[in-house]
Ligand binder design. Structure first.
Ligand code: LLP
Length: 419
């Protein structure tokens, strides 16, 4: 059983709260996050870091709820953002602009202008054309834009192909063969200041090998760049990607990962940025759903619940595994038979778990879908005109906080106009 969960009198509790009781008050499906678990994840990174040299910039894309961002802000974390929307959320939650790094291959001129106005720490540049755009936006704003070049090291991260980002075939970063030339180009631009170099090779990495190979390639580029461009890089951005345990994975601990990065890239005088997303929040969240019906097609057993691919797309998109716990204890898991836990969306790809040993659940029973704190709600949609779920947060004090109410029909049609 994942940590933070326990059965008390046969009722599943999360962060000390009875899910049965919460579901009596809150319409399902809903997400619920546990602050304590987020705080202990943050602590694992902070305990292993030297605050004068290591900077943890939470990857907002993993879970951008304002209350979650507030927790990050209060713990002194910076942020890694990928859009103007994420920037505004961070500022609203109290993350200082000068601790924000901005990644992504398609920053628009309007987004760049917004980030310059806010005064972010640096832009992670992903192409020559983007570099020119940043230079132009900075010229117009009358400021100097601090940039870091994101290098694509052509390293296999050994993860699902859709979340691998450090290979030549991926759209991300500047190919390592071209990195020096792009640094030289940046050096000639008047309105940018070269501040660093970075990489990010993928997400849900469960081995240190890919990180080491990428860091090594970047390490080799640094002296070349510094001598050819006659400058000193101040920042090295190690990206995110540290995996979590969904099923039987055994991902490295933050301390081991940081130690490795320090061994390869800990150059005196340079600051290291880390951008964990999933690791900080993934295992701190559940999606709670209620069974609507059960049925059998031949020998296939289906359990139809009220959460669907619009609420959690990871199983459909990446064959993602999420542990499913019955909220009321149902005997020995060894006695369970296989079933498909599916949602109401009209797609055969709409499943939460496929051919998974599950108890004899009946209509009205609740299930808790684990490890959904990262890339869960943030990837939710209104497909099939389904309202997006509520997000609850168990606060550090142990209170239940409605971090986002469930959508209503009015939310669903907001912005639309009849002919
Ligand atoms: N930094 C950069 C530049 C990134 O592109 C990402 C994730 C991160 C940091 C954070 O990575 P993390 O520590 O969370 O692995 N939706 C997918 C994951 C997409 C990750 C995209 N980039 C999923 O559900 O698995």
């Amino acid at each position: 059983m994942h940590s933070g969960l326990e059965y008390k009198e046969q009722n599943l509790h999360f962060g000390g709260q009875s899910l049965q009781q919460i579901a009596a008050l809150q319409e399902t499906p809903f997400y619920i996050y546990n602050s304590q678990s987020i705080l202990s994840n943050i602590e694992a990174w902070q305990a292993a870091s030297d605050p004068d040299r290591h900077h943890i910039c939470y990857a907002v894309k993993a879970n951008s709820n304002l209350a979650i961002l507030q927790i990050m802000a209060r713990q002194g974390l910076g942020a890694d953002i990928v859009s103007g929307g994420e920037l505004l959320r961070c500022l609203q939650a109290g993350i200082p602009a000068n601790r924000i790094v901005y990644s992504g291959v398609g920053k628009t001129a309007a987004e760049i202008a917004l980030a310059l106005e806010a005064g972010i720490l640096l832009f992670s540049v992903e192409s020559r054309q983007e570099l020119e755009q940043i230079n132009e936006c900075a010229r117009r704003a009358g400021v100097l834009a601090a940039i870091s070049m994101r290098v694509n090291p052509d390293v296999d991260a050994a993860t699902h192909p859709y979340i691998s980002t450090g290979l030549t075939e991926n759209k991300f970063g500047i190919h390592h063969d071209q990195a020096l030339a792009v640094f030289q180009m940046a050096n000639r631009l008047e309105h940018v200041r070269i501040s660093g170099i970075g990489f990010h090779i993928g997400s849900q990495l469960t081995s240190l090998d890919g990180f080491a190979a990428a860091a090594q390639k970047v390490r080799e580029l640094i002296p070349q760049i510094e001598s050819e461009c006659r400058l000193e890089l101040e920042w090295i951005d190690c990206g995110g990607g540290l995996g979590i345990q969904y099923n039987a994975e055994e991902p490295p601990a933050p301390a081991d990962y940081m130690k490795l990065m320090d061994q390869i890239l800990g150059i005196p005088g340079k600051q290291l940025a880390f951008e964990p997303g999933r690791h900080l929040v993934g295992n701190a969240g559940l999606l709670v759903s209620r069974v609507l019906y059960t049925k059998e097609n031949g020998d296939r057993r289906f359990i139809i619940c009220d959460a669907a691919m619009n609420d959690l797309i990871r199983p459909a998109l990446y064959q993602g595994y999420h542990a499913v716990y019955p909220v009321t204890e149902h005997g020995d898991p060894a006695s369970w038979n296989k079933a498909d836990l599916v949602g109401p969306v009209c797609e055969s790809g709409d499943f939460i778990a496929r051919q998974r040993p599950l108890p004899n659940l009946q209509a009205g029973d609740l299930v808790a879908i684990h490890s959904t704190g990262a890339y869960g709600f943030v990837m939710a949609s209104n497909y099939n005109s389904r309202m997006r779920a509520a997000e609850l947060l168990i606060t550090p004090e142990g209170d239940l906080h409605l971090a986002r109410r469930r959508e209503t029909y009015a939310d669903l049609i907001r912005g639309e106009q009849l002919l």
